[in-house]
Design a protein around this ligand. Structure first.
Ligand SMILES: Cc1cc2nc3c(=O)[nH]c(=O)nc-3n(C[C@H](O)[C@H](O)[C@H](O)COP(=O)(O)OP(=O)(O)OC[C@H]3O[C@@H](n4cnc5c(N)ncnc54)[C@H](O)[C@@H]3O)c2cc1C
Length: 438
């Protein structure tokens, strides 16, 4: 453990996600003082959020306190705070409740969901980005089955048993596949008035295939696996409206009480506030050394950064965020040693998506896998990368048990049961029925 003196350069890192945390760890032996600022007190392993949202894992399985992760790193301090902007001229990070001077700044504040200018949809169609989001979605899903069990009106019961996932990227595909599995298997035999297997899970995608970043062949394999699980896949359909009781796809309406948003991505707003060029999603255009124009002391990394390589943007995935975080940290060390900064190069190690039990797709170099081999590769890699979480073994055991029994153990609903049959829902339902026969 090394603690530093106050004359060491101060490196402020905003964000304790993949990029920020890797940057902090890469600097562990460097002659610098680090302050890691995050608005949450924990690091989340986002690729497994959908497991929390679908009651397969509990929050503590996929998240760990930042203080605990960095407890042995004497040159790092964790600060729970909300960063609202940067004063580039004064080299100051602006916090909601103060400010902090830096010698080097690494911005790694990530991204959030985008509702394409329709923020009002977020109330009815939560996105999946934080632990709070995952717990909210889990609650909505579990309560929908409870409401369906109590409902006597057939049309309303069907609405409660209809789940719409918007966006067929990896998150949407994982959510839809797992929801179908819950309905068909996990809840079997637990209700008396409904058959959970009758639930409809609908995956809506704007482009012409699921998993657009993958090859057309893997997209096709993924769609077949989803359909085998009972998911109805609607491609080339744009969502034009969302309310308390359903979604509109142009003139067509799907009545559904549970909607999950897995479509757009918008970079953290702090990027736009830098006053440097950003793309439409708000990602900051960085130079090859990951700094912003005119400021060799300010690095932007991870989902917040836009950098092109071989004519294509580096993807917003965890390995890219890790690699950028490590590279920015190494460039800080170079700067401290008065050496020139070096250019970043992303090494693509492949991509994987799971669809459900023993189903998935993987593209690793030229190798394309689907079905059980892809699922096994996904499982091994995700457990391996849960580094820093004391409960890797617990997760493995939980999954092994879930695999054998189809059970999902994180299904307890805490807090008072909310009145889901809100007046607003009844109003929008009546309105929608007036507009459409669907
Ligand atoms: C549901 C889901 C599933 C995914 N699945 C995969 C997958 O299977 N494989 C894969 O490779 N990638 C996956 N990704 C993408 C991957 O998680 C991201 O690319 C990665 O997390 C980006 O890392 P980051 O460090 O840039 O941002 P993040 O990990 O998002 O971290 C940003 C951090 O900044 C903090 N923060 C934000 N704003 C502020 C502020 N103003 N002040 C203080 N703190 C702030 C946040 O609290 C957070 O801790 C998934 C993402 C999601 C949401």
């Amino acid at each position: 453990m090394s603690s530093r003196t106050s004359s060491d350069p101060h490196v402020v890192i905003v964000g304790g996600g993949f990029a920020g945390l890797t940057a902090a760890r890469t600097l562990r032996h460097a002659p610098v003082r680090i302050t890691l600022v995050d608005r949450h007190n924990h690091h989340v392993f986002q690729p497994l959020l959908y497991q929390v949202a679908t009651a397969g894992l509990s929050s503590t399985n996929i998240a760990a306190p930042l203080r605990h992760i960095l407890r042995r790193q004497g040159n790092a301090t964790v600060l729970l705070a909300d960063a609202t902007g940067v004063d580039l001229r004064r080299r100051c990070l602006i916090l909601r409740d103060g400010e902090m001077a830096y010698d080097f700044l690494i911005l790694a504040a990530g991204a959030t969901h985008s509702y394409f200018g329709h923020e009002e949809w977020s109330r009815h169609a939560p996105g999946l980005k934080t632990l709070d989001d995952a717990i909210d979605i889990r609650r909505r899903v579990l309560l929908a089955f409870e409401e369906a069990e109590r409902e006597t009106d057939e049309a309303r019961r069907t609405e409660w048993l209809t789940f719409v996932v918007v966006g067929a990227g990896p998150t949407g595909v994982e959510m839809a596949g797992t929801l179908a599995e819950i309905a068909r298997h996990t809840l079997r035999g637990e209700f008396r008035h409904i058959d959970p297997a009758r639930a409809r899970v609908i995956l809506v995608e704007g482009t012409d295939r699921v998993l657009p970043p993958y090859s057309p062949k893997l997209s096709d394999k993924a769609q077949r696996q989803l359909e085998a699980l009972g998911v109805a896949v609607f491609t080339s359909k744009m969502v034009t409206g969302v309310d308390a009781t359903g979604v509109w796809l142009g003139e067509e309406r799907i009545a559904a009480r549970t909607i999950v948003w897995a479509a757009g991505v918008a970079a953290s707003p702090i990027g736009r506030r830098l006053g440097v060029p950003v793309d439409r999603a708000g990602r900051v255009k960085v130079a090859s050394d990951l700094t912003i124009p005119g400021h060799k002391e300010v690095f932007v990394v991870g989902d917040l950064a836009l950098i092109e390589q071989d004519g294509r943007p580096v993807p917003g995935v965890a390995p890219a965020a890790n690699q950028m975080g490590a590279h920015a940290a190494r460039n800080v060390i170079r700067a401290v040693e008065s050496q020139p900064l070096s250019a970043f190069r992303y090494v693509d190690k492949g991509s994987l998506a799971t669809i459900g039990r023993r189903a998935g797709v993987a593209a690793i170099g030229r190798l394309q896998l689907w079905g059980a081999p892809a699922w096994l590769a996904w499982l091994a890699i995700h457990i391996f990368f849960l580094i820093g979480f004391r409960n890797r073994i617990v997760v493995m055991l939980d999954w092994a048990l879930a695999y054998l029994t189809y059970q999902r153990h994180a299904r307890l609903l805490l807090g008072p049961a909310p009145p889901l049959r809100s007046a607003e829902a009844e109003e929008t339902r009546a309105e929608a029925l007036g507009h459409s026969a669907h």
